[in-house]
Design a binder for this molecule. Structure first.
Ligand SMILES: Nc1ncnc2c1ncn2[C@@H]1O[C@H](COP(=O)(O)OP(=O)(O)OP(=O)(O)O)[C@@H](O)[C@H]1O
Ligand SMILES: [Mg+2]
Length: 257
């Protein structure tokens, strides 16, 4: 069975793309056949972090009817990459039908894929909510700042009320200590549980790391290094805990259903 995972956030710049890329590579390292879909149309940059230069994008699938397999670009560790491109931003923001069509076209990769990871645009736009609610597991990235808490809360409220999403897997990024991750999560959970009937699961934290910063410049994700570091251990732990968080039972159009 193919599992779909979206990596989303309320606030921008909290590390969604860094985490989507490294989570995908971690799952590849753990033996899964992974497709990373960059659904951040317009601001697509996963390929830069991944060091892949895709020649075709989702636009070729929707507009030119190019077969999905021809649009997937080969990445490291057997990972396959689907670029969102920038030409579809307006179409996808405006047209529910186009978003659903794109989700359906990915059905053909179901047999050859164990995990689909979707890098979703920041915020609670219609496009973000559609892709975030079309997956089995919705991962939300949080950092320990009031603005991140506020925007993550707004995102959860929108995903819950508009699309019926009930389960959220939380990763706390850029922490200064191991204890800080759980502290931020607990504080956030206390706020959310006062107002919303949703279930938040803590999937761990990623340390604030200059190596992660540098890996963007070098276009070599941290999970491609063979060394055992605090960062690689954190991604391994996060990938494993996501595997055991509860799945959503989405009501609308979903990947591979
Ligand atoms: N754990 C970390 N430690 C240090 N820097 C980090 C960490 N995670 C991400 N960053 C840095 O934060 C910046 C934003 O990261 P990234 O592009 O992954 O965020 P994003 O949420 O995808 O942003 P956007 O909303 O623009 O798509 C980058 O410079 C990245 O290197
Ligand atoms: Mg991003």
């Amino acid at each position: 069975m193919t599992i779909s995972i979206a990596v989303a956030s309320g606030k921008g710049g909290v590390g969604k793309t860094s985490i989507a890329v490294n989570l995908s590579l971690t799952l590849s390292r753990l033996g899964s056949r992974v497709v990373l879909f960059d659904a951040d149309f317009g601001l697509a940059n996963s390929h830069i972090l991944l060091g892949v230069n895709p020649t075709k994008t989702a636009q070729d699938i929707l507009v030119s009817k190019t077969p999905v397999q021809e649009v997937l670009a080969p990445g490291p560790l057997g990972l396959k990459f689907l670029s969102g491109g920038s030409g579809l931003t307006e179409l996808l923001n405006l047209e529910v039908k186009a978003r659903y069509e794109l989700i359906r076209t990915l059905d053909v990769i179901q047999e050859s894929t164990d995990v689909l990871v979707v890098d979703v645009p920041a915020g609670a736009s219609d496009s973000s909510i559609t892709f975030s609610s079309a997956v089995d597991k919705l991962v939300l990235i949080l950092v320990g700042e009031p603005t991140s808490f506020m925007d993550a809360y707004t995102f959860i409220k929108a995903a819950n009320l508009e699309a019926g999403v009930e389960n959220f897997s939380i990763i706390v990024n850029m922490v200064e200590s191991d204890a800080q991750g759980l502290q931020h999560f607990t504080k956030f959970q206390n706020i959310v549980s006062r107002f919303l009937n949703v279930k938040l699961s803590y999937c761990g934290h990623i340390p604030f790391s200059q190596r992660i910063r540098n890996s963007v410049v070098e276009r070599k994700p941290i999970m491609l290094t063979k060394q055992d570091t605090a960062e690689t251990r954190a991604f391994m732990a996060v990938a494993k805990s996501i595997q055991s968080t509860p799945k959503n039972e989405p009501k609308g159009v979903t990947f591979f259903k």
